[in-house]
Design a protein around this ligand. Structure first.
Ligand SMILES: Cc1cc2nc3c(=O)[nH]c(=O)nc-3n(C[C@H](O)[C@H](O)[C@H](O)COP(=O)(O)O)c2cc1C
Length: 182
């Protein structure tokens, strides 16, 4: 998918299929995060990919603003060392991954984050000692129920029509329900 279209078509979604995401695609999305802009080129981050059901189930129990993680095929957590610009760096990495996921035809949702009370428990569970990784963000991506309709629309319509169609579908199937739970 064209980069500009992926940027414009990305939306947070909370409704998805349980189908596994091929490892090559997961790697590519994480690569896009690793290649994000970073202050002083410090790259202060660690990425933890939780693709195994039990770890995602445990994460979903802890993360009250993202229970849908339990059903998503993959969750990627981004942790940063406590550098001056950790938040900017971590956020850039997550945004890159969200757009990359969209370009691969996957839905995603960014789930906060180091200001949440659950963050220390998430870090502990994923093996990130918060003495060394005091700050971070959590993102995830998952295949949505909307992939097929989007792909058909994207092939056949001009950009403006495509975005209206994509947003319409998202709000009907995923996003509207999701908003009420946020
Ligand atoms: C820092 C940050 C934290 C977020 N945390 C959550 C969250 O915990 N749960 C959730 O469902 N969405 C979360 N979101 C997604 C936003 O709710 C979403 O981006 C916003 O409603 C706009 O919708 P859009 O992404 O479709 O444009 C977060 C987004 C950001 C940037």
């Amino acid at each position: 998918m064209d980069a500009l279209l992926a940027l414009k078509a990305r939306r947070s979604v909370g409704s998805y299929k349980p189908d596994p995401v091929p490892p090559k695609i997961v790697e590519d999305i994480v690569d896009c995060g690793l290649l994000a802009v970073t202050a002083l080129n410090l790259q202060p981050w660690e990425f933890v990919v939780a693709a195994e059901m039990e770890s995602r189930r445990q994460l979903a129990e802890m993360i009250d603003t993202g229970r849908f993680i339990g059903e998503a095929p993959v969750c990627v957590a981004v942790f940063c060392r406590d550098t001056k610009y950790y938040l900017e760096d971590g956020s850039a990495a997550i945004q890159n991954m969200l757009v990359a996921a969209r370009a691969h035809g996957l839905g995603s949702c960014w789930v906060a984050g180091d200001k949440k009370p659950y963050f220390a428990r998430v870090g502990e569970m994923l093996g990130m000692a918060l003495q060394t990784h005091r700050a971070g963000c959590v993102g995830l991506f998952h295949r949505t129920t909307l992939v097929a309709t989007q792909e058909i629309a994207l092939r056949s319509a001009a950009l403006g029509e495509v975005l209206a169609e994509v947003q319409g579908r998202f709000y009907v199937i995923g996003h509207a329900d999701d908003r009420s739970g946020r």
